[in-house]
Write a protein that binds this ligand. Sequence first.
Ligand SMILES: Cc1cc2nc3c(=O)[nH]c(=O)nc-3n(C[C@H](O)[C@H](O)[C@H](O)COP(=O)(O)OP(=O)(O)OC[C@H]3O[C@@H](n4cnc5c(N)ncnc54)[C@H](O)[C@@H]3O)c2cc1C
Length: 446
Amino acid sequence: MATLVMPHKWPLTLPPLRIRVRSRYVCASMANAKPNNVRKEDIVIVGAGVAGLATALALQRVGIGSLVLEQAESLRTGGTSLTFFKNGWKVLDAIGVGSQLRTQFLEINGIVVKSEDGRELRSFKFEDEDQSSQEVRAVERRILLETLANQLPQNAISFSSKLKSIETSENDETMLKLEDDSQISAKIVIACDGIRSPVAKWMGFPDPRYVGHCALRGLGYYPNGQPFEPKVTYVYGRGVRAAYVPVSPTKWHINITNIPGRLLNSYQKTSDAGPKITDPSILRQETEKLVKNWPSELLDVIRSSPDDTLIRTPLVDRWLWPGISPPASTGKVVLVGDAWHPMTPNLGQGACCALEDAVVLAKKLAEAMKFGTSTVEDAFRSYGSERWPRIFPLTVRANLVGTILQLENSVVCSLRNNVIVPKLVRLGPMLEHTNFDFEPLHFDAV
Ligand SMILES: Cc1cc2nc3c(=O)[nH]c(=O)nc-3n(C[C@H](O)[C@H](O)[C@H](O)COP(=O)(O)OP(=O)(O)OC[C@H]3O[C@@H](n4cnc5c(N)ncnc54)[C@H](O)[C@@H]3O)c2cc1C
């Protein structure tokens, strides 16, 4: 099979370019447009979320350029925050944005677990529990995406470019058809298009499965400084649980996970997530009802969250069963992040794993393209087989953790609050999965 030779136009090392992210880039690659409306690209990344931008940046670090297609008109600026553990920070450092982000977000030094009546069940300090120096910070999604995008060359992201369909062309390239009827012929496609990835669907993956819980998130804003300790607080109730997480000196993230019948004020268990609720006043009211007798700081964070940060998300995942699920790549098309392995947020690992994917993939693709040690197809297969043993167990574990914590049975909840959490839980083994090593992205190490 032919090895794709890297075009000379890509420099071996690119200095980070610091540019402002504008709401809309004019796509430079339009210059490559062919008269028949098909433009040619070497590497197209679909989706400018965490996975897409981190992959573009990791590729840039190994001297490989790409074009990122994003369906939205601009970077997603709404939403709340993502908690990154040391595996996430390691990747953010490797792609050159760790220190910039670190200065803006608080280091979280431990965890407090409470029952719904406010009783403290257990308190942990990371430094006591995790000898290999844990690092935990929650990062505002908006700032994360802007920071990643600011490192890419201008015109690297083509906004308002929604992928409509994908097919393999006769010349071993992939034809991407966009919503505006324009077409791109790409040598390599890296799909980072999230949980509803059209590329994953095209590769034969089933839709992600709804796990029966919804998460409501908000970002409390305290202009005069937030009053809480730098610890994550978990509050466990029956069928409802909450977490609030320090983000910055003025912001706190809140996450309430429940069985949706409760949020909708109907106590029926339902197998789907119910109607989509986006009206912030309804979300606020229903959530306040849900936790009205819980520790008062919870209500405080909800009330301090601006409307545009309140989001309710049905939680989904997809288990990558060996021998049953399609592989992560087909030819020169590969999946990264949620497009491949949507997982529930119970371990806070979805975006961390998307970052890990990005550096592993970039390294393997660089080896194939620069040194011809393997073909692109082999590089993608090797990425899939290296990442699968990491991803599959985490997806399953995240699901099980959510199922157990979401139980409503009063005996089980009492056992959890009075025996398991106070006496049996050890944080160190539970954070074992945040240990992750990868090869450096330097060229001379390739
Ligand atoms: C409630 C909740 C809390 C979470 N908390 C954490 C946490 O604390 N820590 C953590 O590590 N992870 C967390 N996660 C998981 C994390 O949000 C995801 O794993 C991560 O955002 C995945 O990034 P992604 O880039 O793969 O997908 P996305 O962020 O979904 O990005 C996909 C991008 O592709 C674009 N796109 C989609 N379709 C097309 C198309 N057809 N054409 C062009 N563009 C397209 C989208 O507009 C979007 O910009 C949480 C998830 C949830 C639901």
